[in-house]
Each structure stands twice: as structure tokens, then as C-alpha cells.
Ligand binder design. Structure first.
Ligand SMILES: Nc1ncnc2c1ncn2[C@@H]1O[C@H](COP(=O)(O)OP(=O)(O)OP(=O)(O)O)[C@@H](O)[C@H]1O
Ligand SMILES: [Mg+2]
Length: 382
């Protein structure tokens, strides 16, 4: 039996890439096929980093080649995970007027209500993505109460200036493999910062455009609470790929999360909601992990996601070590082999999967242009 490359490629056309709706050849997932006698070596790239996705792809390739081409072929599969990018032009980083070179996906983390754990979830998502091998940036866009310098234990650091092509740029501070910029680096710890909308936008714009971020697969934005001006400014400033909404299970938080989702979905903003995370889903004492106390009510955010028909991304319990980890500046998900690490891994994989789905089905989000006139709601300029 003489193996031929064209037969292998034809067989691989029978495999569809999960979340991409195309077969492996069409989607460009197959990078190379080499034949050595009865040995076949296949190089592929997929966007989903989960072990399950990799295993499934591997098994499918083995099966189809054995079935369609040669049942005794010896097959070696090399799988590379690469961050998804929206397929249609223009790419997020080519949007006219607002170049964001090298940044593939921008994910905003919002909540509606304050104090529900946006920053905690953002920090843990960031370190988990970095552990998975992605290049991660984090922009602390909470100009009123920046918390990332403390959560990443870099409160004493300052971003350095670097010279890029004759221009002076800010170099993000790096911690646990995450590149970080925050307004907190430029203010005194006890100084109350009073920003008016335009000043706040300007500061954020500088952290986005006057910084040397380099290559970034996922840029996370930790938003301030609420659904106000600053949120519009951010979405004016940059093409956000999608939003993650964090809520706790009780009614008052859910009502605000609903507003948060509605803000992203309104016509003038139109940022896809990747899903909802339920934080503080139940209290569990560290020494009795099987005891779950639903002190804020059970599965409130899960039900909200069903009601709003947006994906449910997962739940995080209320545990003392998450709070402590935030305070000492080492996100809880850094600690390996714990239920907390697994919970954040699950959510992170779901976020990546939703980005894959989103980039497959929608063109990149454009930075919106907002005009405000007295008495008028913001509109998107065509
Ligand atoms: N799952 C959790 N278990 C225990 N403590 C938590 C959990 N999530 C968040 N916290 C703690 O609750 C407090 C508020 O969390 P965090 O600062 O992340 O909320 P936030 O939504 O970003 O708040 P803000 O609206 O002020 O920006 C912090 O002290 C944090 O450590
Ligand atoms: Mg916060």
C-alpha cells in the first residue's frame, strides 16, 4: 500500500473543526502532512486549548485515516494551540484610525453591580490564560478604584518608558506572565482621583495606544462597576471582541448584571456577550469542601444566563483563600491542584471556546463612535 498525501488530505476533509463550522482543510487547521513509507505525520493548529478538544481531534484524525486510507498507517499528530482571530477583514488590529497592532482579542469584564468580583475573576482569568500558554495583557480600566497593582503584587512598580521607532512608549509591568497597565501606577495610594469623563478617556487611551504591548492573544479589560460613561468611552476607544459579565447569585446583583448585558447588546454598542460567570456561587469552608451553603441564593446567575440566552461560563465558590490571594497579590488560580484552580480553568476554557465561536460567526467588533447631544442617547456613526 503506497500512502499518498492527497488521499490523507481528502480523508481529513471529513473532520469538522468544533466551533468553526468548516472542515479541517477549509479552515486551514492542517498545516502540513508528510509521508514516510507507511508513516504519516500531520501538523495541525487548533484554537481550543482544552485537553479534551485536543484528544478529540487526535482520535478523529486517527480514525478517519485508518478507515478511509490505510488501516495500518502509523500516524503521528502534532497539535499546536493558537489563539483564535476573527476570520473576516478587517482584523481588529487593522481598524482604520485606531491601530492596535498585535492584539488579537480584547475581552471586557463587567458586572453592573460593584464588589461582585470582576477584578478577582479578571486577574484569575489572566493568569489561567497565561498558564495555558497564551500571551496575555490586562488593562485595569477601573480608573476610580484600580485594584490590579495589588492583586498582582506590583503596587510599588512603575511602567518604564521604552523607545519604539523613535517614539517613547510605556512598557507594561509584567507579573505571573501577564502584561499589566493600570491607572494605579500613576496615582498615590491614598489619593482620591477625581476624573471627569474626558480625562478618564484620555488616560485610558494612553494606556492602550501609547504603550508597547507587543503580541497579545487576549487583552482583558477590568471595567469599573456600573454601566456609565466610562464604559462607553472604552468601547469608543477600542474594538472589544466580547464581554464577560460577572454576577453573584442574589437578586440585587442579578438586576444589575441584566443591565450590564443589555448595555453591551444595545444597538449603539453591539459587543457580543461571551457569557456570565457566577461568583460567590456558594460558601464553602476550606476544611469542609463538600459543605456548600447557598447564602446568596442558588444558581441565580445561571438562571439569568438561561433567561437572557447567553452562555453560562461557570461558577466560583466564596472561599476565604480567594480573598486572601487577592490581598497578598498572588491570584488564587496560581496555586496548582486545587478546586479553585480547576474552577477557573473551566471558566477560562469556556471563554476561549466562546471567543472561537464568536470569531467564527461574526466580523470583528468595530470601535464605536458615539455622538452625544443633549437629550439624545448615544448613536453609532456609520
Ligand atoms: N469567590 C470569592 N471568594 C472570596 N472572596 C472573593 C471572591 N470573589 C471576590 N472576593 C473578594 O471580594 C472583594 C471584592 O472583589 P473584587 O474587587 O474582585 O470585586 P469588583 O467587582 O472588582 O469590585 P469593584 O466593583 O469595586 O471593582 C475582594 O476583597 C475579593 O478578594
Ligand atoms: Mg474591581
Amino acid at each position: 500500500m503506497k500512502l499518498e498525501k492527497k488521499d490523507i488530505l481528502k480523508a481529513l476533509e471529513n473532520i469538522t473543526v468544533p466551533g468553526e463550522g468548516q472542515n479541517m482543510i477549509e479552515s486551514g487547521a492542517v498545516k502540513n502532512v508528510q509521508i514516510f513509507g507507511d508513516e504519516v505525520e500531520v501538523d495541525i493548529t487548533i484554537a481550543n486549548p482544552s485537553l479534551q478538544a485536543r484528544k478529540k481531534t487526535e482520535v478523529e484524525i486517527l480514525k478517519i485515516i485508518h478507515k478511509e486510507v490505510y488501516e495500518k498507517a502509523k500516524i503521528k499528530i502534532n497539535i499546536k494551540v493558537e489563539a483564535p482571530v476573527a476570520a473576516d477583514k478587517p482584523k481588529a488590529n487593522e481598524i482604520k484610525g485606531k491601530p492596535l497592532p498585535g492584539i488579537k482579542n480584547i475581552i471586557a469584564v463587567a458586572s453592573g453591580k460593584g464588589g461582585v468580583g470582576k477584578s478577582t475573576v479578571t486577574a484569575n482569568l489572566a493568569v489561567t490564560l497565561a498558564k495555558m500558554g497564551f500571551k496575555v495583557g490586562l488593562l485595569d480600566a477601573d480608573i476610580y478604584g484600580p485594584s490590579m497593582p495589588i492583586m498582582f503584587d506590583v503596587a510599588q512598580e512603575k511602567p518604564l518608558a521604552v523607545n519604539i521607532d523613535g517614539k517613547s512608549k510605556m512598557k507594561p509591568v509584567e507579573s505571573y506572565g501577564v502584561k499589566l497597565l493600570s491607572i494605579g501606577f500613576f496615582t498615590q495610594p491614598n489619593q482620591a482621583v477625581i476624573w471627569r469623563g474626558p480625562m478618564a478617556s484620555k488616560a485610558l487611551n494612553q494606556m492602550i495606544f501609547d504603550a508597547h504591548w507587543g503580541e497579545i492573544d487576549f487583552m482583558l479589560l477590568d471595567l469599573p462597576p456600573g454601566t456609565g460613561d466610562i464604559h462607553l468611552s472604552i468601547m469608543q476607544a477600542m474594538p472589544v471582541t466580547g464581554a464577560v459579565v460577572v454576577s453573584t447569585p442574589q437578586e440585587v446583583a442579578l438586576a444589575d448584571a441584566r443591565k450590564g448585558v443589555a448595555m453591551f447588546q444595545q444597538d449603539s454598542i453591539n459587543v457580543p456577550v461571551l457569557g456570565i460567570v457566577e461568583n460567590m456561587a456558594y460558601f464553602t469552608p476550606e476544611e469542609l469542601p463538600d459543605n456548600k451553603y447557598y447564602i446568596f441564593g442558588k444558581e441565580g446567575a445561571k438562571h439569568l444566563s438561561e433567561d437572557l440566552k447567553v452562555p453560562f461560563l461557570g461558577e466560583i465558590p466564596l472561599v476565604q483563600s480567594i480573598r486572601e490571594a487577592g490581598d497578598v497579590g498572588r491570584p488564587a488560580a496560581m496555586q496548582t491542584a486545587t478546586p479553585i484552580e480547576s474552577a477557573f480553568e473551566e471558566i477560562t476554557k469556556n471563554v476561549v471556546q466562546e471567543v472561537v465561536n464568536r470569531n467564527d460567526s461574526l466580523p470583528p467588533t468595530e470601535a464605536i463612535k458615539i455622538t452625544t447631544m443633549a437629550g439624545c442617547s448615544p448613536v453609532k456613526k456609520k
